[in-house]
Write a protein of this length. Structure first.
Length: 177
């Protein structure tokens, strides 16, 4: 049931991690993330990694394995499988939320769903900057955690390579919840 004045599904936002959402100081609820919390990662995929990863996920598209085919199709080199950058993009959310907050609050997270849009091909040997930002968080008692929504993207220079949204379930250790 939603509190008065809040529609069902409307997100609570905290100013920063650990901010009480409700109650007095003695009954404060610790929150495992904050709206606006952002995290980044820079990666570089090598020429050798592209076909190895594609083969490992059974992606046999020749654009990931055969340079002549990729060039003939109009690409400037092999292109990475979408699952390669997509998996790094999703995995960085689990890695981030497995780390304690700046105030030392321990937390964990599992993905509930992601929507990823591929915007441009990913080539080898370019710096790729990935970013996620928390856009909403709401307590879900039936799951003993917080439904956390994120938006993010991956860019190489000015080129948008992919964009996406994610939904995670964040939890605190049992002693802290």
């Amino acid at each position: 049931m939603s509190p008065p004045g809040r529609a069902k599904g409307e997100y609570r936002s905290a100013k920063h991690e650990g901010t009480p959402v409700s109650g007095t100081a003695s009954t404060a609820v610790q929150v495992p993330a904050a709206v606006g919390e952002s995290f980044t990662l820079r990666v570089r995929i090598t020429d050798d990694e592209i076909p190895v990863f594609a083969k490992s996920v059974h992606d046999h598209n020749p654009l990931h394995h055969d340079l002549a085919t990729a060039l003939a199709a109009g690409y400037r080199g092999l292109i990475a499988s979408g699952t390669q950058l997509g998996s790094i993009f999703m995995a960085m959310t689990a890695t981030h939320f497995a780390k304690p907050t700046a105030s030392g609050l321990r937390r964990s997270g599992v993905g509930m769903g992601f929507d990823i849009r591929f915007r441009a091909p990913v080539y080898a040997n370019e710096d790729i900057d990935l970013r996620w930002t928390v856009t909403g968080i709401e307590r879900k008692d039936s799951l003993n955690g917080w439904i956390t929504r994120l938006e993010g993207d991956a860019r190489s220079g000015d080129a948008l390579l992919l964009s996406g949204t994610g939904t995670l379930l964040l939890r605190l250790p049992k002693a802290a919840s």
